[in-house]
Design a protein around this ligand. Structure first.
Ligand code: HEM
Length: 126
């Protein structure tokens, strides 16, 4: 018997598409975070975050085929990420996660990972 991945359990690509799209709707309105994004058009950033999360949770590995090893902390080095940026990022992500209306157990698993990952991305004391 094959074990169902978390990716499949939450509804596959469509769920991650909704999650990341909703997240970037928040980023677009955010005066602190929006200036960090190098490209005015956020479509590429949306594709990369969605691809990473899909891969992380057991879906297709397109992200690494296109981008190589994630090395997320290193890739965030060009951006100053302090507690304020982390908390703003998590606020938009929280809204996005809640909008999915997942079963509680799955929502908690997804959210706990995102909180952990966001804390590990802080690279500035300010
Ligand atoms: C890329 C900001 C946390 C995953 C980026 C970019 C910015 C950014 C400005 C460049 C956008 C682009 O790809 O063009 C932040 C901030 C965070 C944060 C302010 C606050 C803590 C996270 C977390 C994850 C993540 C927690 C994973 C769970 C990614 C990925 C990319 C990315 C996968 C694209 C990397 C690549 O392939 O180049 N982030 N990020 N980020 N971020 Fe974050």
């Amino acid at each position: 018997m094959t074990e169902t991945s978390f990716y499949e359990a939450v509804g596959g690509e469509e769920t991650f598409r909704r999650l990341v799209h909703r997240f970037y709707e928040g980023i677009k309105q955010d005066p602190l975070l929006l200036p960090l994004y190098p490209e005015e058009d956020l479509t590429g950033a949306e594709d990369r975050l969605r691809g990473f999360l899909i891969q992380y949770w057991g879906g297709p590995t397109t992200y690494s085929q296109e981008r190589g090893h994630p090395r997320l902390r290193m890739r965030h080095n060009p951006f100053v990420i302090g507690e304020a940026e982390r908390d703003a990022w998590l606020r938009h992500m929280h809204e996005a996660v809640e909008s999915l209306e997942l079963p509680q157990e799955l929502e908690t698993k997804l959210w706990d990972y995102l909180v952990y990952a966001a804390h590990s991305m802080v690279n500035s004391p300010t």
